[in-house]
Design a protein around this ligand. Sequence first.
Ligand SMILES: *Cc1c(COP(=O)(O)O)cnc(C)c1O
Length: 419
Amino acid sequence: MSSIALRADPSCAPPPACRLPEPAPCGPALTVVRRPPEWVAPGLTRKIAAFLDRRPATPCLVVDLDVVEANYHALRAALPEAEVYYAVKANPAPPLVARLIGLGARLDTASLPEIDLCLALGADPAHLSYGNTIKKAADIAAAHERGVRLFAFDAEEELRKIAAHAPGAQVFCRLLTDNAGAEWPLSRKFGCSSAMARDLMRLAARLGLEPVGLSFHVGSQQTDPAQWDHALAPVADLFRDLRADGLAPSMVNLGGGLPTRYTRPVPEVAAYGARIREAVARLFDAPPRLIVEPGRGLVGDAGVLETEVVLVARKDETEARRWVFLDAGRFNGLAETEGEAIRYPITAPDATDGEPDGPVVLAGPTCDSVDVLYDRAGVRLPLSLKAGDRLRLLSTGAYTTTYSTVGFNGFAPLEAHYV
Ligand SMILES: *Cc1c(COP(=O)(O)O)cnc(C)c1O
């Protein structure tokens, strides 16, 4: 069991509307936290710890499916009106997707292979959403042929593709949102303006489609529950306009964005649920059908990535900061360290209690200079750290396994175990 945990310090200014699970002290970028030996770090469950005690080959991810299940139940309790469509791309591992299907989850898919994966695991095609707004005509036709009925769009050409290749399908239009407060914002790549959405929803009806509703995504790792409130106001206005146009929109897709716990505290899912329910009740004339599409929030804290130190080096005898090179990096599972936006908590299981630590740059093993994980984040690690020691990156269950190259520099994609 790790005796030293290193975690990035919370930023000093939590979003105003959040109820934080614990106070966020200000201070240096990273602090060493000492815990009793039986302490299990957030996400390092006893099942995962027992698996890692057997020293599996590294790098590897270990995911505790019971944590995924607990997250699912917590979300259902927080937002009982909403149908949960798990965003498969966050972690498409068959045992994980199968567990969620078994619990009654529906699925948000981004591509035909994801649709086929879900169907092979027994998902009902009527419980799938083809939520990517960028789809080839052939893939729309294939999805329709397999029984998928619900499709996203945000542009006229896409709508016409759906009308031609999935006649009569249910469609929802994705709106632009500003993604304020998101640690992994999605920019302007997806969505269209309210004015355009109104025109396109009317066009959808004329094309023989069923324009069922509207969607948005407030940005991934959204730490401010009020952002759903801000996004819902224009949706409610548009619902009224569309009703005036003679349409009958009924579905509001709240998208993803629910956060997972990294180095900073985030509000509990109950706070998001309460805020969303309050906003829906206040803004809508009649309660709409709600859909939520969590990815990160369901699976992020269910995984621990174990990695081996390959080299500890200094650039000069006089430099205090060491470079620590790991067997996991930007190209084999840790792509979300891009911009150092997502800061995984790190523990050093081979260190002894009370050991002194010092500043490091953390980098991956490839011959590419962008393969640096944390430079500015202020990571500190034990001074005794050496090649062969292991580190654990917590909350690595989302956007790691499939978010890796097929073999850049010959390094295999991240191995994963589901327990
Ligand atoms: C990626 C994605 C999600 C999941 O986002 P998270 O931030 O991981 O919850 C949900 N819906 C759509 C349409 C997505 O593209």
